[in-house]
Design a protein around this ligand. Structure first.
Ligand code: FE2
Length: 283
């Protein structure tokens, strides 16, 4: 575990906005356009979780993306993915799907008919301008394909970047994205070195954590401040167990222009994306 002398304080706790997307999937949008600049390179975070199939069964039928990457972390339930590049996969509990839309894909994300709980997170990670039109890329990571480190009451599943001395499943040079699914036993503490300039947040999935004196409850996202002297993030579980997603990355500091499922650098590129989609170029 890294030694941290100046931990990041919490700048703000976000409750998120309940909404629905796709064909009517109920979710809580934690990160949307007003926070894109603040949390650059992250563009969006949706949290979904329901015991009621009517809240999720309609799924996300065919829709396009261009210009960024989507990372879906499945916590409960199953979702089938199909895309225009011929990829298909079933996302199962504990699994992660990483999709680089690049110049464009059309895909569907549909829950497998089932009883019971469906829960997960979907994060959008931006691509640098130079990579926005790259070839699409896709990977389904089963739970047992995600590198895992265990340390003093902490189980860290390293999806991207490097933590507790192990490399995650995916590495991104431009954003140095760090994505860690952390499960903490009661009283356990996790400390991780992080450059002060990297934007970071903690999404609490279950339980509660304390970050530099601030308690953050389940379903909340804590935006971590970037004081120049800060050398990392420290979080601790209270009397109960906790599970959080820690995300951090180097800001791209490039223009962000979003129109629905397209995130580019200029209005002209958005117009091109719409034009290409209507001509069927993305499919
Ligand atoms: Fe999608």
């Amino acid at each position: 575990m890294d030694a941290i002398t100046h931990p990041r304080p919490v700048e703000r706790i976000v409750a998120g906005q309940p909404t629905s997307d796709g064909a009517g999937v109920r979710l809580v949008r934690m990160l949307a356009q007003p926070l894109q600049r603040r949390l650059d390179p992250f563009l969006m975070l949706d949290a979904f979780g329901s015991d009621e199939p009517r809240d999720y069964l309609a799924g996300f039928p065919d829709h396009p993306h261009r210009g960024f990457e989507t990372v879906t972390v499945m916590l409960a339930g199953r979702m089938r993915h199909r895309d225009s590049a011929g990829h298909e996969g079933l996302l199962e509990p504990g699994g992660v799907q990483w999709m680089t839309a690049g110049r464009g894909v059309v895909h569907s994300e549909m829950p497998e008919p089932a009883e019971g709980r469906m829960e997960g997170l979907q994060l959008w990670l931006n691509l640098p301008a130079a990579d926005k039109m790259r070839e699409p890329w896709y990977r389904d990571l089963r739970a047992d394909e995600i590198p895992e480190a265990i340390a003093a009451g902490v189980r860290a599943r390293v999806i991207a970047g490097r933590a507790l001395g192990i490399d995650g499943a995916v590495q991104r040079a431009a954003t140095e994205a760090l994505l860690v699914d952390l499960q903490l036993e009661p009283g356990a503490r996790f400390a991780h070195a992080l450059p002060a300039s990297h934007n970071a947040f903690v999404q609490v999935v279950a339980g509660a954590v304390v970050i530099d004196g601030a308690s953050v409850a389940a379903g909340r996202m804590a935006i971590l401040a970037n004081p120049p002297e800060a050398d990392g993030v420290v979080l601790a579980a209270g009397a109960g167990a906790a599970r959080v997603l820690l995300a951090a990355g180097r800001p791209l500091n490039e223009p962000i222009v979003q129109y629905g499922p397209f995130v580019m650098n200029s209005q002209q590129q958005i117009a091109q994306a719409l034009h290409d989609f209507r001509r069927g170029v993305l499919a």
